[in-house]
Structures are given as structure tokens and as C-alpha cells.
Write a protein that binds this ligand. Structure first.
Ligand SMILES: [Cu+2]
Length: 130
């Protein structure tokens, strides 16, 4: 195990910068999308809001999704390539969802659940279960 600090530093810096850039990209995209809500049905993440995650252009939306415990969440992959919705703690996992396919996950545990795409690990999202 090398413990050379100089060697590790760029890796650490990259590990911090990449998620930050991804976050900024998602925030910017969400702002743009909210001004141009003609693509899909209107959605909100407030009380009684949507219980669905759409995957499009290698992004999850809405992100974060806020749902009540026990809610079934419909996951739709609108891309032409397969994706997954996989919990970091593996408490839920859609498995490979082909382009155009839909599935449902049920979130029993309250809390903040972070998930990712098991094929494209840079794709991440959050579900807040209340
Ligand atoms: Cu993916």
C-alpha cells in the first residue's frame, strides 16, 4: 500500500471535483427543465407529488425524489441504453432496465437513500423517504 501523499493528492482532488461538477450540472439542468415543462406530465416533489423516477440523457429526475415510506416508485428508462437504480446500501435495485422499460421499486425504510447506476457509476440520485 503506497502512502505517498503527493501521489494521492490528485486522486483526492479529483474525487472532490467530479461530484461537485455533476451536482452543478444537475442543478442547472433542473432549472432549465422547470422552465420548459412540455416534455412529460407536470410533476412536483412536494406532498402528494410524483412517485416516479425518469431516466433520460443519463440523468435521474426528479433528484431528489421525496416520497412517503412504503411508496412504490415507478422507474422509467427513456434512454436507448440500459440503466439501473441501485441503492448504495443495496436495499433496492432495479437490475438492468433496458431502454424504454419500466419497473417499480418499493421504499420501506425512512431516510435518505442514495443510489447510482450500476452500469454508469457517475449517475447518482437521492430518494428521501419520510
Ligand atoms: Cu446507466
Amino acid at each position: 500500500m503506497p502512502t505517498d501523499r503527493l501521489g494521492r493528492l490528485p486522486t483526492i482532488a479529483l474525487a472532490l471535483v467530479v461530484p461537485l461538477v455533476a451536482l452543478v450540472t444537475v442543478v442547472v439542468t433542473l432549472n432549465v427543465t422547470s422552465d420548459d415543462a412540455g416534455v412529460a406530465a407536470p410533476r412536483g416533489t412536494g406532498a402528494g407529488g410524483t412517485n416516479a423516477i425518469d431516466i433520460a440523457s443519463f440523468r435521474y429526475s426528479p433528484d431528489p425524489l421525496v416520497v412517503s415510506a412504503g411508496t412504490s416508485v415507478k422507474v422509467t428508462n427513456r434512454d436507448g441504453t440500459a440503466h439501473t437504480v441501485t441503492a448504495k446500501d443495496r436495499s433496492f435495485d432495479t437490475g438492468e432496465l433496458e431502454g424504454g422499460a419500466t419497473t417499480t421499486i418499493t421504499l420501506a425504510k425512512a431516510g435518505t437513500h442514495q443510489y447510482f447506476c450500476d452500469i454508469h457509476n457517475y449517475m447518482t440520485g437521492t430518494i428521501e423517504v419520510r
